[in-house]
Design a protein around this ligand. Structure first.
Ligand SMILES: Cc1cc2nc3c(=O)[nH]c(=O)nc-3n(C[C@H](O)[C@H](O)[C@H](O)COP(=O)(O)OP(=O)(O)OC[C@H]3O[C@@H](n4cnc5c(N)ncnc54)[C@H](O)[C@@H]3O)c2cc1C
Length: 483
């Protein structure tokens, strides 16, 4: 894509000083040349590299390892979990809940319920309409158990990937691995397939892939709803926190904290409960969508630090009221970033695919959640009219790039479409599919875009990933290859 076209894609609303177009492409050249001679640690080799241990990266890594691939999972945080543990997004929305992600929910419910006793109504398929959430550390315990049970899966935490190893032929870049920084020491990790599960698309951007940033105009992808002109904005960021009662006399300050509060194992949000019900329930621990701020450039750590400062400042009255009422607060380490780069793939999922419930022939994951574009008005009835739809394999394959798959919320879609599939159970399902696909490519020594997609679909089907609708008694034609 030419720079001019790209700028059209991201919209005129983004300040060029914030994201200089030239920094968005093919950054690998200068730094890799220099770094190649300066690695401090021995090179690691594997079949599949997964960068980012969030809901999509963890499921991708476990799935690839289960298929027999040797996998290295690289995470910049000190624990696996992604947004769940570093942004405290410990509540899940959307469906289906399948595969490895469903196993995690079952384990969370069984061993880490905030009510101490597991929920009886959560059901075999982890769906009972109630608001369940778990502590961030509970997710870590579950994921650690799952990850460490696979001998051919190596998790390396505290390991930010800073660049990619890329070979260029003609207009095609082949990703051969990544550079990781471990305690100031540079290390090369190589594999025939790398999965970008960073939530930011950093790996793909470093490999020179094209990407979208911010809102699209309707006409860009012939969408039936959306903005007439792009305003370049991404969804705003939210500082999450958890509050916890410290004494039996503590009384939750409902007069100060009125919205965005969730207890657990209840049908209603805490903020919508009648006072009598709220007091009787007396949860003692709450998840808060604290304060929300706009960030122009979510690829810029300085902008994010400023946003977190502003969000925490806004939350001061909440923290003071909670403290006076006998509650302690646990603040998420990172401000919650809903949206960053969306990597342009062989197919761009549109809002009409979502609204029309399209099941593409190369569908590899099920998805079902309302349109949820924070900061953008969408007709209430329409946004909730979304039914089951499918994620096509092509949307995981970055254009003109070999050796790389994207997964989770950064896959190729418009901003409105992404506002639906960005939720964790769906990212987990996409993750699992990407892991199986990566293992197929690596173990069969073929390119990710050359694998037999039908074989992939049948394998995912055999893993039970498309069974959820029938299990919950819904008649959905979600296996297009059976047409
Ligand atoms: C405030 C907020 C509220 C939300 N509310 C909900 C909700 O209620 N329910 C719901 O289901 N979803 C919700 N979401 C959406 C959901 O949390 C995310 O879309 C989802 O976690 C995306 O999963 P992912 O695996 O793609 O990325 P992430 O969860 O972001 O994981 C990416 C991982 O990659 C790591 N990483 C990034 N760069 C590098 C690098 N260079 N090297 C190594 N590691 C790296 C990160 O540290 C992180 O661990 C919310 C999101 C936010 C921000």
């Amino acid at each position: 894509m030419k720079k001019r076209d790209f700028l059209k894609t991201i919209g005129a609303g983004i300040a060029l000083s914030a994201i200089p177009g030239s920094s968005l492409f093919a950054q690998h050249t200068a730094s890799t040349k220099k770094d190649k001679n300066h690695t401090d640690l021995p090179t690691l080799e594997c079949d599949v590299i997964v960068v980012g241990a969030g809901p999509s990266g963890i499921t991708a890594a476990i799935a690839a390892a289960r298929e027999g691939a040797k996998v290295i999972l690289l995470e910049e945080d000190m624990m696996p979990g992604g947004a769940t543990i570093d942004m405290f997004v410990t509540y899940m929305c959307g469906a289906p809940r399948t595969g490895i992600y469903l196993d995690a929910i079952k384990e969370l419910n069984k061993n880490y319920s905030l009510s101490i006793t597991p929920s009886k109504t959560i059901g075999e398929y982890a769906w009972d309409g109630k608001q369940h959430w778990w502590l961030p550390s509970s997710y870590t315990k579950v994921w650690d158990k799952f990850i460490y049970s696979k001998k051919n899966l190596q998790l390396i935490c505290g390991a930010p990937v800073i660049d990619t190893i890329v070979a260029t032929t003609g207009n095609r870049n082949t990703v051969q691995g990544v550079y990781v920084m471990r305690m100031g020491k540079l290390q090369k990790v190589t594999a025939p397939v790398t999965i970008d599960a960073t939530g930011t698309g950093l790996v793909s951007a470093k490999a020179g892939c094209e990407f979208f940033y911010g809102s699209d105009a309707k006409k860009d992808f012939n969408e039936s709803i959306g903005l007439d002109e792009s305003d370049g904005r991404v969804q705003p960021c939210t500082q999450m926190y958890i509050s916890q009662r410290t004494t039996s006399k503590s009384e939750f300050p409902r007069d100060v904290i009125k919205g965005g509060t969730l207890d657990h194992d209840d049908v209603l949000w805490a903020s919508r409960q009648e006072n009598e019900h709220f007091l009787k329930k007396d949860s003692g621990v709450y998840l808060h969508w604290g304060s929300t701020v706009e960030v122009k450039d979510t690829t810029d750590p300085v902008a994010l630090a400023e946003a977190q400062k502003e969000a925490l400042h806004k939350l001061k009255p909440h923290f003071e009221a909670l403290h006076k009422s006998g509650y302690v607060t646990h603040i998420a380490p990172k401000i919650g970033v809903r949206e960053c780069r969306r990597i342009k793939g062989e197919y761009v999922i549109t809002v009409d695919d979502v609204l029309d419930g399209v099941m593409h022939d190369d569908k590899i994951a099920d998805a079902w959640y309302s349109l949820d574009p924070w900061g953008m008005k969408v007709d209430e009835k329409l946004r909730n009219s979304v039914g089951p739809y499918g994620i096509p394999y092509r949307s995981l394959m970055p254009l003109n790039t070999e050796g790389l798959l994207t997964t989770g919320r950064i896959i190729s879609g418009t901003r409105l479409a992404m506002s639906s599939y960005r939720v964790q159970p769906i990212c987990g399902t996409i993750g699992e599919a990407s892991g199986v696909a990566a293992a197929m490519a690596a173990l069969n020594k073929c390119k990710v875009r050359d694998i037999d997609v039908l074989k992939l679909q049948l394998r995912l089907d055999a893993l039970g990933l498309f069974d959820w609708y029938s299990q919950v008694g819904m008649n959905v034609n979600n296996k297009p290859w059976k047409k």
